[in-house]
Design a binder for this molecule. Structure first.
Ligand code: LIP
Length: 265
């Protein structure tokens, strides 16, 4: 691991752990939400508190780096590093007291994500990856390497997806999942893109796809999935984008591309 990546990795781990601990330990019993892009697109005080903590820690560690965050952080970089953060991915799950939410911290170096950490406090898991060095999951029992599943039959695959907050987009997403459902083992909708991507890397999902995501939803999880041996892509290129985020076990990647109508890039 390059020394520069090692420094970024250490910072990402510390920031993700601190934000995850804040969200887990200081969640109010009564948590209120405000609406963002639609009445169902929720943001809570905890999303904002977590992002404030993340930006503060990053600024102390590397004051001249750029930062892009879901809740408004948007500082241009004066170095070759930009942090892409989702302080609370799976906000609706968190609001309802469900455990499937995460903190996603990614470091982009010269335009490519090189470090990713996804902390899943309610599950006691911290997924991480450094480009070229594989992906891991840390739990109370220790640190284990990740590996995508060996499935090679789409009809026996567990596929996750997600849906946006605008009703017209959801209608289009519904037609995609309706077409896919009879072709696969089953569908899951877990509610956190970052976690979905990590679970593909962990072999607990065979594939995940979603349209309409933002850079902070996918930056860390996509690297973790790729470093774990999954294949990833977007609508128009090798990295997930707003048009499509796809991560799949290698044995079903082409079948997923075909099912989703993705052309070779
Ligand atoms: C969520 C994503 C999820 C998507 C939800 C939402 P948020 O991010 O992680 O995959 O289906 O609609 O966008 O809003 O909880 O940070």
């Amino acid at each position: 691991m390059k020394s520069a990546d090692s420094e970024l990795f250490s910072i990402a781990q510390a920031v993700a752990e601190a934000a995850g601990a804040l969200l887990l330990r200081e969640r109010p019993v009564i948590l209120h939400a405000q609406a963002k892009s639609s009445p169902t697109d929720a943001v809570t005080e905890m999303d904002k508190r977590a992002e404030t903590l993340i930006v503060t820690m990053l600024s102390e560690a590397r004051p001249h780096d750029g930062v892009l965050g879901e809740e408004g952080a948007n500082r241009p970089t004066k170095t070759n590093v930009r942090w892409i953060v989702d302080p609370l991915d799976g906000t609706v799950n968190y609001l309802y007291g469900l455990p499937l939410w995460s903190v996603s911290i990614a470091a982009e170096v010269d335009g490519a994500v090189c470090v990713g950490v996804v902390d899943v406090p309610a599950l006691g898991r911290r997924y991480a990856a450094v480009r070229g060095s594989g992906a891991t999951c840390a739990t109370a029992e220790g640190v284990r390497p990740l590996a995508a599943s060996a499935v090679n039959d789409l009809g026996m695959s567990l596929v996750a997806t997600g849906f946006g907050y605008a009703s017209e987009g959801r209608a289009r997403q519904a037609t995609i999942v309706a077409d896919l459902l009879p072709r696969v083992r089953d569908i899951r909708r877990l509610g956190s893109a970052a976690l979905d991507l990590c679970l593909v890397g962990d072999g607990q999902l065979d594939a995940y796809y979603e349209t309409g995501l933002n850079p902070w939803d996918v930056a860390a999880g996509a690297l973790i999935a790729e470093e774990a041996g999954a294949r990833i892509r977007g609508a128009v290129g090798a990295w997930p984008d707003g048009g499509m985020a796809l991560a799949a076990a290698p044995g079903i990647f082409s079948a997923m591309e075909e099912s989703l109508g993705l052309r070779p890039y």
